[in-house]
Ligand binder design. Structure first.
Ligand SMILES: [Zn+2]
Length: 464
């Protein structure tokens, strides 16, 4: 084969929203070219996810030269220590915030993984040494700073607007005896404009695009509507004297909620009531946000420059330690409890749900994507009773769904993103969505944008 081709293989992130893992090879199989991975995430949710994570990688980890990471969600980073444990010894590149949040997340998830492994009498996916080795291979690269992989291949991180540090990755391939092309991995695309982050950068000249499709078949409420609903949920909780439970993802969603509650309190739009951030992980991540304000959008930077600590307001308490968490129940209602996990399939929120779901004056506010099979999904679907910690709990609390909080772009937004590159695009690969979502977006891209779009299958390869 001539020295002018790339091969892209989908080793994860197909037929589901998790397990991102894409292999980009330069002039295979002749050799001499680089072997590059983009993301190395956990498969999450569903019955077979755990088994899939334990399976051997379908390539030799030692043969990979570089691993690029789009952002620090577990479905994009969760199998990196396993990759390292099994021989990967190359360089890992990401933005600085992605590296910092990754380290926190990997250490945090180790606890869950080792508990699960112990229950089943098997080895955990990785251990602390694997995480340490992983972090030692990492190189931080700021946004918009070119990485020269070799003479023919360059890469750059650009804002994706999804979570702090999130990036889309643009590869530019200019072979000496072939036609140059630009390949763009969107990672997860933010629902720009968002309260805290800069907007995702528009890409106008991609030849090939690998795009997420979590919300490929749905559109979101707009931000004003969502703000109003949050305010109403808090007011109702105060009027009825209940507890407002918000299962929140620790990265981005929690910080956006804190920021918006901060604004409601400081603008006098809601009375001051106790707010608990009851998640050690979210508390650690919030500290990274506080340190990385240069990644925020201009409006938020101005507020901070004006003296507002956007993650601090009266009666807000960070309950990092278990004992503090147990005492939340002693604080009389009304109160707000923000805790992980975001889908209620673990974490401290579960204990609060056990306590308050049977109270008709309390409210469960769902602010994020709920995977099939999760407790959160059951509650969202209107279950009248659920089993929590070996106990049947009647659901009498109000359950409210706020879709506008999604950190993902909706169907129309994804279409628009692709449309920006319509002049140059040769093919779009639709990944990271449940099958019906990915297929729906694929069809819309063909019909409305008029591009060649495909939802690849696991293990499928393409050369261009
Ligand atoms: Zn993500």
């Amino acid at each position: 084969m001539k020295n002018n081709k790339l091969k892209l293989t989908f080793h994860g992130g197909t037929g589901g929203v998790t397990g991102a893992n894409f292999l980009l090879e330069e002039n295979p199989p002749a050799g001499g070219g680089k072997r590059i991975l983009v993301d190395c995430g956990l498969f999450q949710g569903g019955d077979f996810a755990e088994d899939k994570n334990k399976e051997q990688f379908p390539y030799d980890p030692a043969s990979i030269d570089i691993l690029f990471i789009t952002h620090a969600h577990l479905d994009h980073i969760g199998r990196i220590p396993k990759l390292v444990k099994e021989g990967f010894n190359g360089v890992i590149y990401s933005t600085p915030a992605t590296m910092e949040i990754t380290e926190i997340s990997l250490i945090d998830s180790m606890g869950v993984l080792s508990k699960e492994a112990k229950k089943k009498g098997i080895e955990p996916l990785y251990n602390k040494e694997d995480v340490q080795k992983t972090m030692s291979l990492w190189k931080k690269v700021p946004y918009k700073t070119q990485i020269n992989i070799n003479n023919n291949l360059k890469a750059v991180f650009k804002d994706a607007g999804h979570i702090l540090g999130s990036s889309l990755i643009e590869f530019e391939f200019t072979p000496p005896d072939g036609v140059g092309k630009k390949i763009v991995f969107t990672g997860d695309l933010g629902n720009s404009p968002t309260p805290l982050l800069r907007d995702a950068e528009e890409i106008k000249d991609a030849d090939y695009m690998i795009i997420e499709s979590v919300y490929g078949n749905r559109n979101h409420e707009d931000i004003d509507e969502r703000n109003q609903k949050l305010k109403e949920a808090i007011e109702n909780t105060i009027n009825r004297g209940g507890a407002l439970l918000i299962p929140a993802f620790s990265i981005e969603r929690t910080q956006v909620l804190l920021y918006e509650i901060n604004n409601l309190v400081e603008d006098g739009k809601i009375p001051k009531i106790p707010v608990f951030l009851d998640s050690p992980l979210a508390i650690k991540v919030t500290k990274v946000y506080q340190d990385r304000i240069q990644n925020f959008n201009k409006g938020v930077k101005d507020e901070i420059a004006g003296g507002d600590d956007i993650f601090k307001f009266p009666l807000l308490e960070f309950t990092e330690h278990h004992q503090e968490s147990l005492k939340i129940i002693d604080t009389p209602n009304p109160k707000i409890i923000i805790a992980g996990s975001g889908m209620s399939n673990g974490g401290r929120i579960v204990r609060h749900e056990k306590t308050y779901l049977s109270d008709p004056n309390s409210t469960l506010l769902i602010v994020g994507y709920q995977a099939a099979g999760s407790l959160g999904r059951k509650l969202l679907d209107g279950a009248k009773e659920v089993e929590i910690m070996d106990q049947i709990v009647k659901v009498k609390a109000k359950v409210i769904n706020l879709t506008g909080y999604s950190a993902h772009r909706d169907s129309d937004g994804l279409l628009e993103f692709v449309d920006n590159s319509v002049e140059t695009l040769k093919k779009v690969f639709v990944v990271m969505g449940e099958q019906k979502s990915a297929l729906f977006l694929t069809q819309r891209l063909r019909d409305y944008v008029g591009v060649d779009a495909i939802a690849p299958k696991l293990g499928e390869s393409f050369e261009f």
